[in-house]
Design a protein. Structure first.
Length: 319
């Protein structure tokens, strides 16, 4: 009888504890979780609402590039392979006489609908295969260890075997090469709004955000980062939509670090000429800029219209 009484008292005590302390605690935890979820979703929805607005306002035509690992023809649009070279022309070299390597070649007849870009001929991108992939980090527009070459016409009589007799690019170390195979380019036209990596993004985003959310003014995109964990999660979820990663011509850039055009008067290079991203796929193709980085070439829009490729900006960065 005494044990039964003890069990009854203990049971009532546990019920009391549950009602008095545990259930309110569960309720409080549930409220915190739901509130954080709502706050996170509201922030995500706000960011996407603003981005979708500025995406329309800043839209540019671009061409995504699918790279297919295969043997390419001499005048194909491609990454790697043998460069086309007119009779009597020479392979670009640096000031020490080292031959540059063909990074990419674009058959401009394929750039249908891309305003300001060449409509015929071949556009070629060369870099020196050293430990910096030819980039001079102190002078990213000095054409020495990197070059853009434009051929406004194509001679069908040029043979690849003749070019291979003189094409012997310098390679400091095979481990330094960002790629080993060659890839044929396949283009798809689309429209792209400004990406989060473009140095103009913050100013444009803040202006539109403050127009839409007058009671919650911000001075920087990063002012929305008042909860680091949820903000990072949000950015990771929408990264593919706003970051600008991938291979492309035109549109807006992607960077692993930051936009170099923000400094030293380099904002004159306002047009993305070419972007080649890393591809970590040994079976279908492997391109690696440092530690999963990306390569960009920029040019001034007026110089592009005039087919003047004597002045451009070359950049690559990685994580």
């Amino acid at each position: 009888m005494e044990y039964k009484l003890i069990y009854i008292v203990l049971f009532k005590f546990l019920v009391y504890i549950k009602i008095k302390y545990i259930l309110p605690l569960y309720k409080k935890i549930g409220y915190i979780i739901i509130n954080r979820w709502r706050k996170r979703m509201n922030k995500k929805e706000a960011i996407l609402k603003v981005y979708n607005c500025i995406k329309k306002e800043t839209a540019k035509k671009a061409m995504s590039i699918e790279l297919k690992k295969q043997k390419t023809q001499l005048i194909d649009s491609k990454v790697g392979g043998t460069p086309y070279l007119p009779v009597g022309a020479e392979i670009p070299v640096d000031d020490e006489g080292k031959q540059l390597t063909l990074l990419a070649q674009i058959n401009c007849e394929e750039l249908v609908g891309m305003e300001d870009y060449p409509r015929k001929g071949l556009l070629q991108f060369f870099i020196l295969m050293d430990d910096c992939y030819g980039l001079d980090f102190d002078n990213q527009n000095k054409q020495n260890t990197f070059r853009v070459v434009y051929h406004d016409s194509i001679d069908d009589n040029v043979k690849e075997e003749d070019i291979l007799k003189i094409y012997n690019p310098y390679i400091e170390d095979e481990d330094y090469m960002p790629f080993e195979d060659e890839f044929k380019m396949v283009f798809t036209t689309y429209e792209e709004g400004i990406t989060s990596e473009d140095f103009n993004f913050d100013e444009i985003f803040v202006k539109k955000y403050n127009e839409l959310f007058k009671d919650n003014q911000i001075e920087s995109f990063w002012d929305l980062d008042d909860d680091e964990e949820s903000f990072d999660d949000i950015l990771e979820e929408i990264n593919d939509e706003i970051s600008g990663c991938g291979n492309k011509i035109g549109g807006y850039p992607y960077f692993a670090q930051s936009d170099p055009r923000e400094y030293d008067g380099l904002d004159v290079y306002d047009t993305l000429l070419l972007q080649i991203d890393s591809m970590d796929d040994y079976e279908n193709g492997y391109i690696m800029w440092g530690d999963c980085g990306v390569c960009n070439f920029f040019i001034n829009k007026d110089k592009l219209k005039n087919l003047d490729f004597s002045d451009f900006l070359y950049n690559w960065d990685c994580y």
